[in-house]
Design a protein. Structure first.
Length: 246
């Protein structure tokens, strides 16, 4: 449908799951892509996106390292001459009950999920301010809105993203840059596939729409927020959770 034709998007955590789904959907809408992964190879993702007729490049590295992130955006600018869209999707989990949670497990999740997203937000903003245009989308989570037992660290990082979204939206609005978040509920990915049938059924009982979400549900929301149709939407968290949290 070419809703993103002529736009350049940087997507972190793009080798699998939601990030890969957004990359594929954006390619289908005509966006050129710069994909980022911490460790996993990007060959398959790049090939898939190029197969849709768009340009796609990528880098592997740790977004919690400001020097890597600076290099990432220098390379993206050199390759495509601009960056129009940032999808802050990269994240990790280190689940555990509060009293048993290791300090390192808390620190690692905050470092990657929150500080890493901040690093990308900061570097992308510098380019977008000069362009006087940009779309920044932070991938939060329903647990950032509701909390979840065993995920104090992850919930804190995702709640932090919502706060960061609102603050950045206020700072950058005058420069033609919108900043929004998406808070997915339980989405069918490799991670949720490990829950088992009984756990999945229990979760679905709490979801008014009666099913887990698809990656396409999140990708559709990201397309909207990145498109011209959302030009008057900023500082908003789009909850895509089947009614699990209202």
């Amino acid at each position: 449908m070419d809703r993103l034709k002529g736009k350049v998007a940087v997507i972190t955590g793009a080798s699998r799951g939601i990030g890969l789904g957004i990359a594929e959907a954006f390619a289908g809408e005509g966006a050129d892509l710069f994909l980022v992964s911490q460790k996993s190879p990007l060959d398959d993702a790049l090939s898939m996106c190029r197969g849709k007729g768009v340009r796609a490049e990528g880098m592997t590295g740790d977004i919690s390292d400001p020097e890597f992130v600076n290099t990432l955006f220098v390379n993206a600018k050199k390759e495509f001459d601009r960056v129009d869209i940032l999808i802050n999707n990269a994240g990790i989990t280190r689940d555990g009950l509060l009293l048993r949670m290791k300090e390192a497990d808390f620190d690692d999740v905050i470092r990657v999920n929150l500080k890493g997203s901040f690093n990308c937000l900061k570097s992308a903003s510098k380019l977008m301010i000069k362009q006087r245009f940009g779309r920044i989308i932070n991938i939060s989570s329903v647990v950032g809105e509701t909390g979840n037992a065993g995920q104090v660290n992850y919930s804190a990082s995702k709640a932090g993203l919502i706060g960061m979204t609102k603050s950045a939206a206020k700072e950058l609005a005058s420069r033609g840059i919108t900043v929004n978040a998406i808070a997915p509920g339980y989405i069918v990915t490799d991670m949720t596939g490990e829950m088992g049938v009984a756990a999945a059924n229990k979760i679905m009982e709490a979801i008014p729409l009666g099913r887990l979400g698809d990656i396409a549900d999140i990708a559709d929301g990201a397309i909207y927020l990145a498109s011209d149709g959302a030009g008057y939407v900023t500082g908003h968290t789009l909850s895509i959770n089947g009614g699990l949290a209202m």
